[in-house]
Each structure stands twice: as C-alpha cells, then as structure tokens.
Design a protein around this ligand. Structure first.
Ligand code: F6R
Length: 241
C-alpha cells in the first residue's frame, strides 16, 4: 500500500484527481465513484481539469459505490444526484454510462444482485475512488461487514447516520438502509484510491493503514490489495506512526 501525505485537503484532492487523470490518459475506461466530502473535492478538481486541461470522460463507464434506500433519484441527497451535481453535469460523461444502484427499486435484494452483475460484466474496474467513514467504513460497509461481501443491503450504524445528518438537516431524515458494493466487490478494482482529510479521520486512517486486517475496520481490506493508494492530508495522517 502506498500512502501519500499532502499538506491540506485541497492538495489531497488535487493528488487524487491527478491519479484519475493519468489513469484515463493511459486508457482506463471504467471508474468507481464514491461520494462524501473528500471525494467531492476530487470531482471539483476533475471538473476543473475537464474545463481547462482537456480531461475527457467520453467512452468512460462510471459506477457508483452505494445509494440510500428510499430516496428517489432526484432527491438532493441521493448519492446519484450528488454525483450528477458534483461531477457528471460538469464533464462529458455520457449519462447512459453512469451506472447506479437504485434505492427505490421494488425488490431491493434483486436490485443489489442486478448491480453486482452489472459490475461483474464490466470486468474489474480500472480505478475505484473511496472515502472512509470515521468508523472505518468504505462504501457503506459498516464495521463487522464480511471481507467477502458482495453488493447488498446494509443497515447504517447510528454513528454514520449522525455523521451524515449534516447533509440532511436532521438525523431523523437520514435513511436507515443502503445498497452498497461489498468489500470483495470493491477489492476487484485494479487500483483502489482512498482519500481522507481532516482530524476526525485520523483514527480510522491509522486503523486502516497500520492496524490489523479486521472486519472491525472495513478499510483495512486495502492492506490485502495489490494496488492501493491512500491519500491523506496532514490532519488525517496525524495518528500514523
Ligand atoms: C459514500 C461512501 C462513504 C463516504 C464516507 C466518507 O458513497 O462511499 O464511504 O465516502 O462516509 O464521507 P465523508 O467524507 O462525507 O465523511
């Protein structure tokens, strides 16, 4: 695992955007996208590079990591809408190539299987962007998630719902369930790039990078991956040895 420490969050976002830019220039055509505050910084930089540096997404297939159950796709906090607002609307990504799990499908179990199949058929994603929760989750694989898990329904922990209440106004409005790619699904991407910024992520980053491989810290699965890059600002790096 490679760990890149940058002075601040903007620098970390620029570093991740640079990795994505280079991957696309080298011919990667499948991207996995996370949401969350730190990944959104990456998307703003990618949009800037599209406008000013000719970075193109034509022919790229993008796959979202997760979605809240019960939020219609146009809800401002649905992860589909976040990714459209923060990235897709600002670049030349073909909307038909933005692949999303639906949180309002009539049969959510079948929807999780459909999305998993869609990922399998696309082949290993060239590059997967990840954020990390304060509790060490990636995607919405909360602590205790099986390291062998595939795309499925998960219940959010109260901690995660409290953390994400800032996007919704009140914890009561944060959905209780999600569809998320599993840890094994995520691990199939050829290159995992995790971004974490801010002092509140320092403990999770240290556990993921230097702690034991354990389902208690789902992000520790990156230790098993042949090509994982962790990009952190100095605050998120502050507990690394
Ligand atoms: C959501 C996702 C999550 C977030 C994580 C960090 O698609 O993948 O793992 O990336 O919860 O979110 P922030 O940066 O908002 O703390």
């Amino acid at each position: 695992m490679e760990v890149l420490i940058r002075p601040d969050a903007d620098d970390a976002a620029r570093t991740v955007a640079g990795i994505v830019h280079q991957a696309l220039a080298e011919g990667v055509r499948t991207l996995g996208l996370a949401t969350g505050s730190a990944p959104v910084g990456v998307y703003r930089e990618l949009a800037r590079r599209h406008r000013h540096e000719g970075l193109g997404f034509a022919g790229v297939d993008a796959f979202l990591l997760d979605e809240y159950v019960g939020l219609p796709p146009a809800h401002p906090q649905s992860l589909a809408e976040v990714i459209r607002r923060e990235l897709a609307e600002h670049v030349d990504l073909d909307p038909a190539r933005l692949h999303l799990p639906s949180g309002t499908a009539p049969d959510l179990f079948a929807e999780a299987r459909r999305f998993e199949r869609c990922l399998t058929e696309a082949g290993p994603l060239g590059l997967q962007i990840l954020g990390i929760g304060v509790n060490g989750h990636i995607g919405f694989n909360e602590p205790g998630s099986s390291l062998a898990s595939r795309t499925r329904l998960k219940t959010l922990t109260d901690d995660t719902r409290r953390d994400n209440a800032r996007f919704f106004g009140s914890i009561d409005d944060v959905p209780r369930h999600v569809i998320t790619q599993g840890l094994a699904t995520i691990g199939e991407a050829s290159h995992l790039v995790l971004i974490a910024t801010g002092p509140h992520k320092a403990r999770a980053v240290a556990a993921a990078v230097e702690g034991p491989l354990t389902a208690t810290c789902p992000a520790s699965v990156l230790q098993l991956h042949p090509h994982a890059t962790v990009v952190v600002d100095e605050l998120a790096a502050s507990r690394l040895e």
